[in-house]
Design a protein around this ligand. Structure first.
Ligand code: FAD
Length: 279
């Protein structure tokens, strides 16, 4: 963890912004102080506490891979007070950043294996950094499949990167929308993500399945992977819970003895089964 992981936010400037959908936005952010920026290193799966002064602070995943030095990216859906205020900011304006916090995806354990990333809605934000890291070192892994799903075609995030993932990254891409969410000419899959995943038989005993989406989707994904013979230890997800300190002090995000900010957010299906059913 870097020297910036404290309760005091660092000042950071927004250096880029792009809309992913009508309510999802990606910001590029650079820490203002050069020495803080240089010591801010992270691993795929870690998150930062982002503050908008006068509005509060929220946990947001760092979505770019760690080799992109000097800036971080976050992708957020406009939900409430903080994310609405964040959406109103533009390039040049200042936010607060604390972090990086939490554990990370065990990419070292995935070498040689087929990997399937399954992202539902804004859940794809949590998968963006590990996916980018895997595609950077494509030869180390087996087949890489990305299953991106959303309520409707206009809710699919990172559409602008789909071609790059397939052509430059050598990944297989499957797009899916919920029943009723397809538009005229839609040529992707239609169905709830776990159903699409199971119908296409996308995992087996040796596959790593990396999944993030609404909690109900995770339950169904664990059932689908189990029916396809993928052990829960190879199903990896990230948890969300209300957070305050991010440092494992306040206990706000704890589930039993597990603190999502410190012991998570990345967790396997196997470890998840040992936690109290509070999430
Ligand atoms: C480790 C971690 C990483 C996250 N990464 C991202 C990310 O990359 N992109 C993103 O858009 N969001 C992410 N989130 C969720 C994000 O932190 C919340 O949506 C955010 O706090 C909302 O703040 P707000 O003030 O805009 O909304 P609020 O006004 O606080 O809430 C709006 C609505 O969202 C619900 N809500 C808020 N926070 C949570 C939560 N943590 N879990 C469940 N429901 C919640 C509230 O109950 C309310 O209904 C992450 C959360 C965690 C814990």
């Amino acid at each position: 963890m870097s020297a910036t992981a404290t309760l005091l936010p660092d000042l950071a400037r927004i250096t880029g912004a792009r809309d992913e959908t009508y309510d999802v936005r990606t910001l590029q952010i650079e820490l203002v102080e050069r020495d803080r920026a240089e010591s801010f290193t992270w691993r795929p799966g870690q998150f930062a506490m982002i503050s908008v002064f006068g509005f509060g602070e929220a946990a947001l995943t760092i979505t770019n891979p760690p080799d992109e030095e000097g800036f971080i990216e976050i992708t957020f859906r406009e939900m409430g007070k903080l994310t609405s205020a964040l959406r109103r900011l533009s390039t040049g304006q200042i936010v607060g950043v604390r972090g990086p916090f939490g554990n990370s995806f065990p990419l070292d354990e995935w070498g040689g294996r087929d990997i399937v990333f399954v992202g539902g809605g804004i859940g794809m934000a949590a998968l963006h950094a590990p996916l980018a890291a895997v595609l950077r070192e494509r030869d180390r892994f087996g087949e890489v499949t990305v299953v991106v799903g959303a309520k409707s075609a206009s809710d699919l995030v990172y559409r602008g990167e789909f071609d790059e993932w397939q052509r430059a990254g050598g990944a297989r891409l499957i797009r899916a929308v919920d029943p009723g969410g397809e538009v005229d000419g839609w040529d992707g899959e239609v169905g709830l993500l776990p159903d699409v995943f199971e119908r296409l038989g996308l995992s087996g005993a040796e596959t790593v399945v990396v999944v993030c989406g609404p909690p109900v989707m995770l339950d169904f994904m664990l059932k689908a992977t189990s029916r396809l013979g993928t052990p829960p230890a190879r199903v990896i997800t990230t948890l969300e819970n209300r957070m305050k300190c991010g440092l494992g002090y306040c206990g706000h995000c704890s589930v039993g003895r597990f603190m999502v900010c410190r012991d998570g957010p990345v967790i396997s299906g196997e470890a998840l089964a040992t936690l109290p059913k509070e999430l």
